[in-house]
Structures are given as structure tokens and as C-alpha cells.
Design a protein around this ligand. Sequence first.
Ligand code: SF4
Length: 99
Amino acid sequence: MKYAEADWRSRGACLSVDPELFFPLSSVGPAARQLNKAKSVCTQCPVRAECLDFALATRQVHGVWGGTSEDERRRILTRIDRQRSARRAKVAVAAGRTR
Ligand code: SF4
């Protein structure tokens, strides 16, 4: 995992920005502007991949991480979970195991 390497947090572009920017209350209305502003900081960030890896691995529910919103990470995690389930099912079938 990339996030386990070194101290990526100390290199985040958000260190010089108000942390509250990264925790909009929703993704609509004025909060949508806040969300986009936070995401634009992430686009300049040298540790964006590490940050997203961390957020996904630790299932961070709230806030903007690695340039993604809460909804976007939820969709990514759903896709990852489905892929893992499909892989496990394939292995079980190959091993002759069924439920
Ligand atoms: S990707 Fe965004 S939230 Fe993550 S460290 Fe960089 S600026 Fe901060």
C-alpha cells in the first residue's frame, strides 16, 4: 500500500488550508462549492494517490480524501467489494466448494 510508505501526510497540499474545507456538510448547494474547492486543492497534491489509498483502506466515510468525495469513495469501495466477492466465488468454485 502506498499510504504505508513514509510520512505522506506531512506532504499534503491541504496542510496550508483550513481543514474544515475538506469536510463539507453535503454535496449540494453551497457545500458543493466547498467540495469542489477542496477537490481542486487535491489536484495539486503530490501525495494524492497515497491519500486515496489510505482513505479506501481505512474506509474513511467523511470528508474529501485523495481528491474524492464521500459518494465517490463509496462507489469505489462498492466496486472493490464486488470484485473481491466475485474473486472469492471463483476461487471457491475452482476449489469445489459451494455454500
Ligand atoms: S489528496 Fe487532498 S486531502 Fe489528501 S493530502 Fe492531498 S490535499 Fe490533502
